[in-house]
Design a protein. Sequence first.
Length: 236
Amino acid sequence: MTTMLQDNQAQNIAISADEVSDFLRSHTHFFEQHASLLSEIYLPSPHGNGAISLAERQQLAQRDKIRVLEVKLADLIEFAEENDATSNKVHNLSIKLISNQNFSALQQQIAESLQQDFAITQSLIRIWLKPSNSAITKDAVFTSVPEDFSDWVMSLVKPYCGAKPAVTGDLLNNHLQSFAFIPLSKKAENQRAFGVLILGAEDQQRFKADMGTMYLERIGELVAAALLNHLFALHL
């Protein structure tokens, strides 16, 4: 009997609380008409420091919301600044690529820019679409790669980031911890990749499987366009 009475009392309290809540929601001017209650009603402090007035509790709630918004704003500003810096680096890379008139110098410029501006430990270019010019085909970029590797690259719809896949073999040093494989293709003509730009870093977190690849795609497009300009000049 006592248990049933306690259950009924708890239910009444719950209903009463709901009624109070509904009343306050429907009477939005209640605390304007009873402003003294804001300082007379005391609630447990959310920070465990005794009791505080209803007005103080509301101020603390607003401060907490403001802190959360400030953290989010700081994160957005940091992200925007990082994007701005990366955009400038990609822009500078494009200018350097346009300025190079020599195929070998172009490759050296790509490697240096990636290492200095993008924190890349090692980069490698491999092209399996060879020009008819016999002299240029002796360049290291035309070193043969396994067919299963080139097929894997041509199957990529976006750059691959993360640990080195087994299909890549020993194209890059084994001490490197993270990699990006960027297909090189003529985007405008929707062609399959004619080569690959491989980036390797000693930092395991430099290229992660879930990272965004927008800038890597843009770098790939720039490098592909610069390489093709030279290759077509050599009657590809």
